[in-house]
Design a protein around this ligand. Structure first.
Ligand code: FAD
Length: 402
C-alpha cells in the first residue's frame, strides 16, 4: 500500500490537470491517474475542438500558469457573436460593449489547452502523474478512500476526484447516476481557410436540418462546427474534404468568401450529462464527469474551470478550519456552489437546442419571436453577454483562491 495522498484525481484531461495545479499551489499532495500514456498527454494531437474561453476562465488559467504557456498566435479574439435563424434576415448580435472588456472572449485549440495543462502540472513537484493505467475501482474505507488500478496497485487518499469524462466509469462505479440527454445528432468540427476577413465575429447559424457555428481564429482560419442528425453526419464525414468545405461555405452564404479545408474533420456524438450528485463521502466529481454540456453555448470547459475554482476554495477553507476535506459535509458546499453555477445554464442550453433544431411551424415562429424580442431588450442581451463572458459568475462571487 502506498503513501497517503491528500487527493487522487482520476483523469488527466484539462479539468483534472487544472485541478491538480490549483490544489498543489494550495499545498495539497496530489496524484493524477490517467489511462493515456505520458507521450500523448505531452503532445496531444489536434482533436478539431477550438475552445471558447470566457474572461473568468482566462483569469483562472492565468492564475494556474496555463494561459502563459499558450503561444500568442494560438489565442484568437472573439469581438462579436451573431445568432442567425435559417433564411431570416433578423439576427441577434452580442458584443462586449458596456461589459468592461474589449472582447467577448477568446478561442484556443483544445490540444493547446491540454498541452499547457500537462506542462503546468508536470512542473509542480507535489503533483505525481501515473500514466498509462486505468482506475478500476474507488472505495471509501472510513478515514481514507482506496483507488485500485488495473494491474492490482492501490492508492490511498483522503479525497478522490473523478474528472474522467462525461461517460465517467468512476461515477457509475461509486453509484452516482446522471441525467443523460442524447440529441441523436453528431457535431463535426473542422478548421477551414477563408478569403475575406472575419473581423473576430463568431456566427451561430440555426438551419432547419443542420446548425452551423463559424468561429474566428487567426490567420484567416475559422473553426466550423456542423451539427447534424447522426445518419447525415456519417455521410458528411465521408464527403471529400474540398466538397465539405464548399458545403459549409454555401450554408454560411459565402460571408467569408471561398472556404478550403485546413484540418481534419472530427465527429462527436451530442450527449449532455448532468450528474445527480457531485459529492459523496471521500468522493467528488469535476469537469464533464459532473456536467457535460452540449457545445452550442461553448461552456463545458468553462464550467469545469469554475468547478476547479470552487472545489479548491472549499478544500482550502476546510483545511484551514481543521475539517476533514473528504467529509460529505465539506464536499456538499462544493456541490451546492457548482450546482448554482451550472444548473440553469445546462437546462437553458438544452432548451435552446430543442427550440432551434425543431423544424415544426410553431417552433419556427417561436424562434423568430425570441430573436426579435431579445434583440430589442438591452437588459436581456446584457444578461446573456455576461453569461457568455463569464462576468455574471465572476461579479457575484468572491474569489478567494485563484
Ligand atoms: C466539439 C466540442 C466543442 C467544444 N467547445 C467548447 C467550447 O467552446 N468551450 C468550452 O468551454 N467547452 C467546449 N467543449 C467542452 C470541453 O471540450 C470539455 O468540457 C472538456 O474537454 C472536459 O474536460 P475534462 O477534463 O472534464 O474531460 P476529458 O477531456 O474528457 O478528459 C477525461 C480524461 O480522463 C481519462 N480517463 C477516463 N477514464 C479513466 C479511467 N478509468 N482511468 C484513468 N483515466 C481515465 C481520459 O483518458 C481523459 O484523458 C467542447 C466539446 C466538444 C465535443
Amino acid at each position: 500500500m502506498e503513501d497517503l495522498q491528500d487527493v487522487v484525481i482520476i483523469g488527466a484531461g484539462p479539468v483534472g490537470l487544472s485541478l491538480a495545479c490549483a490544489l498543489a499551489d494550495a499545498g495539497f499532495s496530489v496524484t493524477v491517474v490517467e489511462r493515456q500514456p505520458r507521450a500523448a498527454l505531452a503532445n496531444p494531437a489536434p482533436d478539431g475542438r477550438d475552445i471558447a474561453l470566457t474572461h473568468r476562465s482566462a483569469g483562472i488559467l492565468h492564475c494556474l500558469g496555463l494561459w502563459q504557456r499558450f503561444p500568442a498566435e494560438e489565442i484568437a479574439t472573439v469581438r462579436e457573436a451573431r445568432v442567425l435563424d435559417g433564411e431570416s434576415p433578423l439576427f441577434l448580435r452580442f458584443d462586449a460593449h458596456g461589459s468592461g472588456h474589449a472582447a467577448l472572449g477568446h478561442l484556443v485549440g483544445n490540444h493547446v489547452v491540454r498541452k499547457a495543462a500537462f506542462e503546468a502540472a508536470a512542473a509542480r513537484a507535489s503533483v505525481t502523474l501515473l500514466d498509462g493505467v486505468r482506475v478500476e475501482r474507488v472505495q471509501p474505507l472510513g478515514e481514507v478512500a482506496e483507488v485500485r488500478l488495473a494491474g492490482g496497485r492501490a492508492l490511498r487518499a483522503r479525497l478522490v476526484v473523478a474528472a474522467d469524462s462525461r461517460m465517467s466509469e468512476t461515477r457509475r462505479q461509486v453509484g452516482i447516476g446522471a441525467e443523460l440527454r442524447d440529441f441523436g445528432r453528431d457535431v463535426i468540427v473542422c478548421r477551414l481557410q477563408h478569403d475575406a476577413p472575419s473581423d473576430g465575429i463568431a456566427y451561430e447559424c440555426f438551419g432547419y436540418d443542420r446548425t452551423l457555428a463559424v468561429l474566428p481564429l487567426n490567420q484567416r482560419l475559422v473553426s466550423s462546427v456542423v451539427t447534424a442528425k447522426s445518419d447525415q453526419a456519417a455521410a458528411l464525414m465521408r464527403l471529400p474534404a474540398r466538397e465539405y468545405a464548399t458545403l459549409v461555405r454555401d450554408q454560411f452564404g459565402a460571408r467569408l468568401g471561398d472556404m478550403r479545408p485546413a484540418g481534419e474533420r472530427h465527429a462527436y456524438p451530442l450527449l449532455a450529462v448532468y450528474a445527480h450528485r457531485f459529492a459523496a463521502h471521500r468522493f467528488a466529481l469535476a469537469g464533464d464527469a459532473a456536467v457535460g454540456m452540449h457545445p452550442v453555448t461553448a461552456h463545458g470547459f468553462n464550467l469545469g474551470l469554475y468547478g476547479v475554482d470552487s472545489l479548491a476554495r472549499v478544500l482550502i477553507a476546510a483545511r484551514d478550519a481543521h475539517e476533514d476535506i473528504g467529509s460529505l459535509e465539506v464536499l456538499s458546499r462544493y456541490e451546492a456552489d457548482h450546482r448554482r453555477a451550472t444548473r440553469s445554464l445546462y437546462l437553458g442550453t438544452n432548451a435552446l437546442v430543442g427550440l432551434f433544431t425543431d423544424d415544426r411551424a410553431p417552433a419556427r415562429a417561436a424562434r423568430a419571436a425570441v430573436l426579435a424580442i431579445a434583440e430589442r431588450l438591452p437588459p436581456l442581451k446584457a444578461a446573456i453577454t455576461r453569461r457568455l463572458t463569464g462576468a455574471l459568475v465572476q461579479h457575484t462571487r468572491k474569489r478567494a483562491t485563484l
